[in-house]
Design a protein around this ligand. Structure first.
Ligand code: BGC
Length: 322
Protein backbone atom coordinates (compact mmCIF):
# COMPACT_ATOMS: atom_id res chain seq x y z
CA UNK A 1 0.00 0.00 0.00
CA UNK A 2 2.65 2.48 -1.02
CA UNK A 3 0.58 4.65 -3.29
CA UNK A 4 -2.25 7.17 -3.37
CA UNK A 5 -4.36 8.49 -6.21
CA UNK A 6 -5.37 12.16 -6.19
CA UNK A 7 -7.83 13.69 -8.62
CA UNK A 8 -8.72 17.34 -9.12
CA UNK A 9 -11.94 17.63 -11.09
CA UNK A 10 -12.42 21.23 -12.21
CA UNK A 11 -15.00 22.92 -14.41
CA UNK A 12 -12.45 23.04 -17.25
CA UNK A 13 -9.79 20.37 -16.62
CA UNK A 14 -9.30 17.13 -14.76
CA UNK A 15 -5.88 16.54 -13.22
CA UNK A 16 -5.23 12.99 -12.15
CA UNK A 17 -2.14 11.94 -10.19
CA UNK A 18 -0.39 8.89 -8.83
CA UNK A 19 1.46 9.77 -5.64
CA UNK A 20 3.61 8.03 -3.07
CA UNK A 21 2.34 7.65 0.48
CA UNK A 22 3.93 10.99 1.47
CA UNK A 23 1.99 12.84 -1.20
CA UNK A 24 4.85 13.30 -3.68
CA UNK A 25 3.55 13.26 -7.25
CA UNK A 26 5.03 10.40 -9.29
CA UNK A 27 2.90 10.73 -12.40
CA UNK A 28 0.12 12.97 -13.56
CA UNK A 29 -2.14 13.59 -16.51
CA UNK A 30 -4.36 16.54 -17.39
CA UNK A 31 -7.48 16.11 -19.53
CA UNK A 32 -10.36 18.42 -20.48
CA UNK A 33 -13.46 18.00 -18.30
CA UNK A 34 -16.04 18.36 -21.08
CA UNK A 35 -18.76 18.71 -18.47
CA UNK A 36 -21.56 18.43 -21.03
CA UNK A 37 -20.75 14.73 -21.50
CA UNK A 38 -22.35 14.02 -18.12
CA UNK A 39 -21.17 12.50 -14.85
CA UNK A 40 -21.00 8.86 -15.93
CA UNK A 41 -18.74 9.66 -18.84
CA UNK A 42 -16.54 11.94 -16.71
CA UNK A 43 -16.15 9.34 -13.95
CA UNK A 44 -15.39 6.60 -16.51
CA UNK A 45 -12.67 8.77 -18.09
CA UNK A 46 -11.20 9.60 -14.67
CA UNK A 47 -11.01 5.90 -13.78
CA UNK A 48 -9.43 5.17 -17.18
CA UNK A 49 -6.77 7.83 -16.62
CA UNK A 50 -6.03 6.53 -13.10
CA UNK A 51 -5.58 3.02 -14.52
CA UNK A 52 -3.22 4.35 -17.22
CA UNK A 53 -1.07 6.03 -14.56
CA UNK A 54 -0.91 2.83 -12.50
CA UNK A 55 0.09 0.76 -15.49
CA UNK A 56 2.74 3.32 -16.56
CA UNK A 57 4.18 3.07 -13.06
CA UNK A 58 3.97 -0.72 -13.26
CA UNK A 59 1.80 -1.10 -10.17
CA UNK A 60 -1.35 -2.99 -9.32
CA UNK A 61 -4.41 -1.18 -7.92
CA UNK A 62 -4.08 -3.27 -4.73
CA UNK A 63 -0.96 -1.25 -3.97
CA UNK A 64 -3.08 1.91 -3.78
CA UNK A 65 -4.18 2.73 -0.23
CA UNK A 66 -6.95 5.14 -1.22
CA UNK A 67 -8.24 7.49 -3.89
CA UNK A 68 -9.13 11.13 -3.16
CA UNK A 69 -10.97 13.53 -5.41
CA UNK A 70 -11.86 17.19 -5.23
CA UNK A 71 -15.00 18.12 -7.09
CA UNK A 72 -16.59 21.57 -7.59
CA UNK A 73 -19.79 22.55 -5.80
CA UNK A 74 -21.43 21.29 -2.65
CA UNK A 75 -20.08 17.93 -1.57
CA UNK A 76 -21.07 15.67 1.31
CA UNK A 77 -17.72 14.02 2.11
CA UNK A 78 -19.31 11.67 4.65
CA UNK A 79 -21.69 10.22 2.05
CA UNK A 80 -19.27 10.59 -0.87
CA UNK A 81 -21.91 12.51 -2.79
CA UNK A 82 -21.68 15.61 -4.99
CA UNK A 83 -24.84 17.30 -3.73
CA UNK A 84 -24.98 20.02 -6.38
CA UNK A 85 -22.59 21.63 -8.81
CA UNK A 86 -23.82 24.43 -11.06
CA UNK A 87 -20.58 24.45 -13.06
CA UNK A 88 -20.78 20.70 -13.80
CA UNK A 89 -24.59 20.46 -13.92
CA UNK A 90 -24.53 17.71 -11.23
CA UNK A 91 -27.14 16.96 -8.58
CA UNK A 92 -26.84 14.18 -5.98
CA UNK A 93 -24.22 12.19 -7.85
CA UNK A 94 -22.80 9.32 -5.73
CA UNK A 95 -19.29 10.01 -7.02
CA UNK A 96 -17.33 7.98 -4.45
CA UNK A 97 -19.42 4.84 -4.99
CA UNK A 98 -19.25 5.13 -8.80
CA UNK A 99 -15.49 5.62 -8.83
CA UNK A 100 -14.96 2.88 -6.28
CA UNK A 101 -16.89 0.45 -8.49
CA UNK A 102 -14.43 1.14 -11.31
CA UNK A 103 -11.19 1.30 -9.36
CA UNK A 104 -11.89 -1.21 -6.60
CA UNK A 105 -10.23 0.98 -3.98
CA UNK A 106 -11.68 3.20 -1.20
CA UNK A 107 -12.63 6.61 -2.61
CA UNK A 108 -13.03 9.85 -0.62
CA UNK A 109 -14.35 13.04 -2.13
CA UNK A 110 -14.55 16.66 -1.03
CA UNK A 111 -14.91 20.12 -2.55
CA UNK A 112 -12.22 20.92 -5.16
CA UNK A 113 -11.01 24.14 -3.54
CA UNK A 114 -10.90 22.55 -0.10
CA UNK A 115 -8.63 19.81 -1.49
CA UNK A 116 -6.44 22.33 -3.29
CA UNK A 117 -6.01 24.48 -0.19
CA UNK A 118 -5.41 21.39 1.95
CA UNK A 119 -2.57 20.40 -0.42
CA UNK A 120 -1.03 23.87 -0.21
CA UNK A 121 -1.50 24.02 3.56
CA UNK A 122 0.09 20.61 4.21
CA UNK A 123 2.84 20.54 1.61
CA UNK A 124 2.92 23.85 -0.24
CA UNK A 125 2.97 27.61 0.27
CA UNK A 126 1.12 27.27 3.59
CA UNK A 127 3.23 24.53 5.15
CA UNK A 128 4.96 26.91 7.57
CA UNK A 129 1.70 28.28 9.02
CA UNK A 130 -0.91 27.03 11.50
CA UNK A 131 -3.83 29.01 10.08
CA UNK A 132 -4.11 29.08 6.32
CA UNK A 133 -6.81 30.73 4.23
CA UNK A 134 -6.77 29.74 0.58
CA UNK A 135 -8.77 30.88 -2.38
CA UNK A 136 -8.67 29.64 -5.93
CA UNK A 137 -9.91 31.54 -8.92
CA UNK A 138 -10.59 29.42 -11.98
CA UNK A 139 -13.85 28.46 -13.65
CA UNK A 140 -15.35 29.40 -10.29
CA UNK A 141 -14.08 30.79 -7.02
CA UNK A 142 -14.25 29.44 -3.46
CA UNK A 143 -12.15 29.57 -0.32
CA UNK A 144 -11.10 27.10 2.34
CA UNK A 145 -9.58 27.41 5.79
CA UNK A 146 -7.14 25.02 7.45
CA UNK A 147 -6.37 25.34 11.16
CA UNK A 148 -3.68 23.09 12.65
CA UNK A 149 -3.93 20.74 9.69
CA UNK A 150 -7.72 20.44 9.85
CA UNK A 151 -10.19 21.76 7.33
CA UNK A 152 -13.15 23.84 8.41
CA UNK A 153 -16.45 22.62 6.91
CA UNK A 154 -19.28 24.52 8.57
CA UNK A 155 -22.96 23.74 8.22
CA UNK A 156 -23.81 21.34 5.36
CA UNK A 157 -20.09 21.26 4.48
CA UNK A 158 -20.60 24.60 2.71
CA UNK A 159 -18.05 26.89 4.37
CA UNK A 160 -16.05 28.80 1.77
CA UNK A 161 -18.69 29.24 -0.94
CA UNK A 162 -17.70 32.89 -1.35
CA UNK A 163 -18.24 32.81 -5.11
CA UNK A 164 -21.97 32.92 -4.61
CA UNK A 165 -22.20 35.99 -2.42
CA UNK A 166 -24.11 38.73 -4.29
CA UNK A 167 -21.97 41.84 -4.55
CA UNK A 168 -22.97 45.48 -5.11
CA UNK A 169 -22.35 46.64 -8.65
CA UNK A 170 -22.42 43.19 -10.28
CA UNK A 171 -25.41 42.50 -12.49
CA UNK A 172 -24.73 39.29 -14.42
CA UNK A 173 -26.65 36.11 -13.81
CA UNK A 174 -24.58 33.33 -12.26
CA UNK A 175 -24.66 29.62 -13.19
CA UNK A 176 -26.17 29.07 -9.72
CA UNK A 177 -29.29 30.99 -10.77
CA UNK A 178 -28.67 34.11 -8.68
CA UNK A 179 -27.63 37.52 -9.97
CA UNK A 180 -24.49 39.47 -9.12
CA UNK A 181 -22.46 36.66 -7.53
CA UNK A 182 -18.77 37.40 -6.90
CA UNK A 183 -17.92 34.56 -9.30
CA UNK A 184 -19.57 36.36 -12.23
CA UNK A 185 -16.57 38.73 -12.15
CA UNK A 186 -13.83 37.05 -10.09
CA UNK A 187 -13.28 33.91 -12.20
CA UNK A 188 -11.53 33.13 -15.47
CA UNK A 189 -14.77 33.53 -17.51
CA UNK A 190 -15.58 36.68 -15.50
CA UNK A 191 -12.19 38.26 -16.30
CA UNK A 192 -12.66 37.50 -20.02
CA UNK A 193 -16.20 38.87 -20.00
CA UNK A 194 -15.26 42.11 -18.23
CA UNK A 195 -12.56 42.80 -20.83
CA UNK A 196 -14.89 41.87 -23.70
CA UNK A 197 -17.73 44.08 -22.49
CA UNK A 198 -15.37 47.00 -21.91
CA UNK A 199 -14.20 46.70 -25.52
CA UNK A 200 -17.79 46.35 -26.75
CA UNK A 201 -18.66 49.57 -24.92
CA UNK A 202 -16.32 51.36 -27.35
CA UNK A 203 -12.87 51.28 -25.72
CA UNK A 204 -9.78 50.49 -27.79
CA UNK A 205 -7.65 47.50 -26.92
CA UNK A 206 -4.97 45.36 -28.55
CA UNK A 207 -7.25 42.45 -27.69
CA UNK A 208 -9.51 43.53 -30.59
CA UNK A 209 -6.84 42.75 -33.18
CA UNK A 210 -5.82 39.55 -31.43
CA UNK A 211 -9.43 38.36 -31.10
CA UNK A 212 -11.58 39.47 -34.05
CA UNK A 213 -14.19 37.16 -32.50
CA UNK A 214 -14.33 38.63 -29.00
CA UNK A 215 -16.24 35.60 -27.70
CA UNK A 216 -12.93 33.69 -27.95
CA UNK A 217 -11.13 36.10 -25.61
CA UNK A 218 -9.66 34.36 -22.53
CA UNK A 219 -8.39 35.38 -19.10
CA UNK A 220 -4.86 34.35 -20.18
CA UNK A 221 -5.13 36.78 -23.12
CA UNK A 222 -6.03 39.56 -20.69
CA UNK A 223 -2.75 38.84 -18.83
CA UNK A 224 -0.90 39.01 -22.15
CA UNK A 225 -2.50 42.36 -23.03
CA UNK A 226 -1.74 43.63 -19.51
CA UNK A 227 1.95 43.01 -20.16
CA UNK A 228 1.74 45.19 -23.28
CA UNK A 229 0.34 48.03 -21.14
CA UNK A 230 -3.17 47.69 -22.57
CA UNK A 231 -5.55 50.03 -20.68
CA UNK A 232 -8.56 47.69 -20.92
CA UNK A 233 -6.55 44.77 -19.53
CA UNK A 234 -5.19 46.94 -16.70
CA UNK A 235 -8.68 48.17 -15.81
CA UNK A 236 -9.94 44.58 -15.86
CA UNK A 237 -7.29 43.40 -13.38
CA UNK A 238 -7.87 46.46 -11.16
CA UNK A 239 -11.62 45.85 -11.05
CA UNK A 240 -11.37 42.09 -10.51
CA UNK A 241 -8.67 42.72 -7.89
CA UNK A 242 -10.90 45.23 -6.10
CA UNK A 243 -13.72 42.68 -5.76
CA UNK A 244 -11.38 39.88 -4.73
CA UNK A 245 -9.90 42.17 -2.08
CA UNK A 246 -13.39 42.98 -0.75
CA UNK A 247 -14.14 39.28 -0.40
CA UNK A 248 -10.76 38.55 1.22
CA UNK A 249 -11.02 41.46 3.67
CA UNK A 250 -13.97 39.89 5.47
CA UNK A 251 -12.54 36.37 5.29
CA UNK A 252 -9.21 37.50 6.74
CA UNK A 253 -10.89 39.51 9.48
CA UNK A 254 -13.23 36.71 10.54
CA UNK A 255 -10.77 33.83 10.34
CA UNK A 256 -7.48 35.45 11.32
CA UNK A 257 -5.20 33.44 9.01
CA UNK A 258 -1.40 33.64 9.24
CA UNK A 259 -1.17 33.51 5.47
CA UNK A 260 -3.44 33.73 2.45
CA UNK A 261 -2.77 31.55 -0.56
CA UNK A 262 -4.19 32.39 -3.94
CA UNK A 263 -4.27 29.66 -6.57
CA UNK A 264 -5.99 28.53 -9.73
CA UNK A 265 -5.81 30.65 -12.89
CA UNK A 266 -5.36 33.71 -10.68
CA UNK A 267 -2.04 32.35 -9.53
CA UNK A 268 -0.94 32.35 -13.17
CA UNK A 269 -1.94 36.03 -13.49
CA UNK A 270 0.42 36.59 -10.51
CA UNK A 271 1.10 40.18 -9.55
CA UNK A 272 -1.08 41.49 -12.38
CA UNK A 273 -4.04 40.51 -10.21
CA UNK A 274 -2.46 40.20 -6.77
CA UNK A 275 -0.90 43.68 -7.02
CA UNK A 276 -4.34 45.35 -7.13
CA UNK A 277 -5.62 42.93 -4.47
CA UNK A 278 -2.82 43.83 -2.04
CA UNK A 279 -3.18 47.58 -2.70
CA UNK A 280 -6.93 47.46 -2.03
CA UNK A 281 -6.53 45.30 1.06
CA UNK A 282 -4.29 47.97 2.60
CA UNK A 283 -7.25 50.31 2.78
CA UNK A 284 -9.84 47.68 3.68
CA UNK A 285 -8.31 45.63 6.49
CA UNK A 286 -8.36 46.58 10.15
CA UNK A 287 -4.89 47.75 11.25
CA UNK A 288 -4.40 44.67 13.38
CA UNK A 289 -4.46 42.37 10.34
CA UNK A 290 -2.88 44.58 7.71
CA UNK A 291 0.82 44.06 8.33
CA UNK A 292 0.65 40.46 9.38
CA UNK A 293 -0.99 38.61 6.55
CA UNK A 294 1.31 37.63 3.69
CA UNK A 295 -0.43 36.74 0.45
CA UNK A 296 1.31 33.96 -1.46
CA UNK A 297 0.61 32.39 -4.80
CA UNK A 298 0.17 28.63 -4.65
CA UNK A 299 3.38 26.58 -4.71
CA UNK A 300 1.99 23.67 -6.66
CA UNK A 301 -0.78 25.25 -8.70
CA UNK A 302 -2.01 22.45 -10.99
CA UNK A 303 -0.71 19.79 -8.61
CA UNK A 304 -2.12 21.24 -5.37
CA UNK A 305 -5.52 19.61 -5.91
CA UNK A 306 -4.10 16.14 -6.47
CA UNK A 307 -1.70 16.44 -3.53
CA UNK A 308 -4.51 17.66 -1.26
CA UNK A 309 -6.99 15.01 -2.30
CA UNK A 310 -4.41 12.23 -2.02
CA UNK A 311 -3.42 13.32 1.52
CA UNK A 312 -7.09 13.76 2.44
CA UNK A 313 -7.78 10.20 1.22
CA UNK A 314 -4.87 8.89 3.26
CA UNK A 315 -6.15 10.73 6.34
CA UNK A 316 -9.72 9.49 5.76
CA UNK A 317 -8.52 5.92 5.24
CA UNK A 318 -6.97 6.06 8.68
CA UNK A 319 -3.38 7.05 7.96
CA UNK A 320 -1.84 10.33 9.07
CA UNK A 321 -1.83 13.02 6.39
CA UNK A 322 1.66 14.30 7.06
C1 BGC B 1 -18.47 26.39 -6.57
C2 BGC B 1 -17.49 25.87 -5.55
C3 BGC B 1 -16.21 25.48 -6.25
C4 BGC B 1 -15.67 26.63 -7.06
C5 BGC B 1 -14.43 26.26 -7.86
C6 BGC B 1 -17.85 27.51 -7.35
O1 BGC B 1 -18.75 27.93 -8.32
O2 BGC B 1 -19.67 26.83 -5.94
O3 BGC B 1 -18.03 24.79 -4.85
O4 BGC B 1 -15.29 25.07 -5.29
O5 BGC B 1 -16.66 27.07 -7.99
O6 BGC B 1 -14.64 25.19 -8.68
Amino acid sequence: MNYLIGIDLGGTNIVCGLLDAEGNVLRQAKRPTEADRGHEDIIRRIAGTAKELMSEQGIDSREVLAVGMGTPGRVNPEMGVSVSSANLGWKNVPVAALLREQLGRPVYIDNDVRMYVYGEAMKGAGAAYRYVLGVTVGTGIASAFVADGRLHYGRTFSAGEIGHVAMDGLTHRCNCGKTGCLETLVSAPGIARYARETIQSGRNSILQQAFPDLDKLTAAAVSWAYDQGDAVAIETMETVGEYLAKALAFNITVLGPEAVIVGGGAALAGERLLGPVKRRLEGLLPNVHREQVPIHTAKWNDEAGIIGSALFAKFSAGGESS
